[in-house]
Design a protein around this ligand. Structure first.
Ligand SMILES: Cc1ncc(COP(=O)(O)O)c(C=O)c1O
Length: 363
């Protein structure tokens, strides 16, 4: 029986009902803020709001196809990568009808499950067996359905760890062999040590059922702009575009992303900054007795508070009164109230969090 209403997911970055001036560790965006080039492009394009956006996003798709050596028709643009997640589920529903099987490697981004449920997919889950929460690729491969949908997040939110490119390719090729569509969500891949090597974006030509997603919200710190992109095999890309609303990405999203993608210096220097700060932050947090920091390839850290005996919800409440917002992870499948997720922010902000955490926990 299908449920009429699909549950909503909670997310980090929920600051609108919170006091102004909180340091937000709950949203995983670039701590250096948007590139100046992007903000300048937005300012000088204000007049464009009098126009409808180009429903084909030609300028942006041309730039993305050139930058990635992909065909124009393989490029997808959406209202954040979230719109493309929902469109992927919708495509599979149109192809297979209600009740198609969906594999989700949990704990992960909650919108995969909601998108699947919205379009009558039936999820099954694979969980990490290892104590460090790293997934075994073989476990994922064993769970791949026939004629269904697979979501893989690389690096994964909230566990922060990457699959190596070979592992991802094994999942992709087995999914394609079983005629399942596979979504590889690379929203955080630019923060890994080897973004090119960890990505399968350029491989959409070789796989008929592959969709790869990217989220400028994270890399360029513009979640409010609502623009995402990706690539898919020509067949799937055509289907996705045929189901997409015409103007879901506004002119500012297109103009801003065009400018930011050209700003290679910002991309290089800010991701380097995040990788360095991540190591320092992780080490200082691990120095607080009882906290366990999981290995991270992304711009955020998953931390277990079990050893200090304080739950994430209570910690979150206590930290808000100290000017800090964190993501407690009790609503992630496979995690519990003893997990929190912390974005890597600027050095001085990370230091402040370590200090107040130490005070609040008394360690
Ligand atoms: C793994 C993952 N994918 C996609 C998104 C959504 O990104 P966007 O703002 O581009 O829709 C998020 C947001 O948190 C995420 O964590």
């Amino acid at each position: 029986m299908c449920r009429m209403f699909v549950r909503r997911v909670r997310h980090g970055g929920d600051v609108w009902d919170k006091p102004d001036g909180l340091i937000d560790f709950s949203a995983n965006t670039n701590p250096l803020g948007p590139p100046r080039s992007l903000l300048e492009a937005l300012k000088s394009s204000l007049d464009f709001v009098t126009r409808y956006p180009d429903p084909e996003h030609r300028r942006l798709r041309e730039a993305l196809s050139e930058a990635n050596g992909l065909r124009f028709d393989e490029i997808l643009v959406g209202c954040g990568s979230t719109e493309l997640i929902y469109l992927a589920a919708q495509v599979v529903w149109r192809l297979r009808g209600s009740g198609f099987r969906v594999l989700i490697a949990e704990p992960t981004f909650g919108e995969y499950e909601v998108a699947a449920a919205r379009f009558m997919g039936r999820p099954s889950y694979v969980f990490p067996r290892r104590d460090d929460l790293r997934f075994e690729v073989d476990d994922i491969i064993k769970g791949i359905p026939r004629n269904g949908l697979v979501f893989l997040c690389n690096p994964n939110n909230p566990t922060a760890q990457s699959f190596n490119a070979r592992g991802v390719e094994e999942v992709v090729s087995e999914s394609c062999r079983l005629n399942s569509v596979v979504v590889v969500d690379e929203s955080f891949v630019e923060f890994t040590a080897d973004p090119e090597g960890n990505s399968v974006l350029k491989q959409v030509e070789g796989y008929d059922n592959l969709i790869v997603l990217r989220s400028p919200a994270k890399l360029f710190a513009v979640p409010g702009l609502r623009v995402g992109y990706g690539a898919a095999s020509i067949r799937i890309a055509h289907l996705i575009r045929s189901l997409k609303q015409p103007w879901s990405v506004g002119v500012m999203g297109e103009v801003g992303l065009l400018a930011a993608l050209a700003d290679t210096e910002y991309i290089r220097s800010s991701t380097l900054y995040v990788r360095r700060e991540r190591e320092v932050f992780a080490e200082r947090l691990a120095g607080l007795h009882g906290l366990r920091v999981y290995p991270s390839d992304a711009n955020f850290l998953l931390v277990s508070t079990r050893g200090v005996g304080v739950g994430g919800r209570s910690l979150k409440r206590r930290l808000v009164s100290r000017g800090v917002l964190i993501r407690e992870c009790s609503d992630f499948r496979g995690l519990d109230n003893h997990h929190i997720r912390l974005a890597v922010r600027r050095g001085e902000e990370n230091d402040y969090l370590v200090k107040v955490l130490g005070e609040v926990l008394g360690v």
